[in-house]
Design a protein around this ligand. Structure first.
Ligand SMILES: [Fe+2]
Length: 197
């Protein structure tokens, strides 16, 4: 453990803490978090700086940070830890044919392929969505836990929209269809995926 910067380590610790501190986290999600954060504690990936890149939606970052500061302690700490590493990140929109959605969201990978710490077992990143925008249905094999820093909502399959609230969690089992949406404030959330499972 010599190459990971203190700022990146603090961010990783803050995501883990936010997930484990959230109320009612299902046992399955706790196990997935154990795999992800156990692997990160055991071994570092290769450190490969990105060419930092922002997108138009990044103009909403200050409002997203302000919102996170209203949260419980774990959310406040995670918002600050993320803000410290954000200037190192390459933000990109998800491939889409919808120009409105393209202009109103972006993702940045922190740990994993294309992240600032390259590795193949786990993937941690963030999504930022402008106010009043739906990030449409998608799915992926890795199990996923979101640490929520927003008033936005999540949906699984055809279920109702659920608002986890600041400091809350979302757990997506493998391949489940899921979507998320913002309301008056931007949506900021940190996702952790167990890719190796
Ligand atoms: Fe997802």
């Amino acid at each position: 453990m010599t190459n990971r910067s203190p700022e990146l380590q603090h961010f990783i610790d803050s995501v883990q803490n936010a997930i484990l501190a959230s109320d009612g986290l299902p046992e399955e999600a706790r196990t997935v978090a154990g795999h992800i954060y156990g692997a990160l504690a055991e071994r570092e990936g290769d450190h490969k700086p990105n060419e930092p890149k922002r997108q138009p939606v990044c103009n909403h970052l200050p409002a997203a940070y302000e919102n996170a500061r209203k949260g419980p302690d774990a959310a406040i700490q995670l918002g600050e830890a993320f803000a410290a590493i954000e200037p190192l990140l390459a933000w990109n929109p998800k491939p889409t044919d919808d120009p409105v959605f393209r202009a109103n969201h972006a993702n940045a990978v922190i740990v994993g392929v294309d992240g600032i710490e390259q590795r193949y077992d786990a993937r941690i990143g963030v999504s930022l969505v402008a106010p009043d925008t739906i990030y449409p249905d998608h799915n992926h094999p890795p199990q996923e836990i979101y640490a929520v820093l927003t008033d936005g909502a999540w949906r699984q399959n055809d279920g109702p929209w659920r608002k986890p609230g600041l400091g809350g969690w979302v757990y997506n089992p493998a391949n489940i269809t899921h979507a998320m949406r913002s309301y008056e404030t931007p949506l900021l959330a940190v996702w952790s995926l167990w890719v190796k499972g």
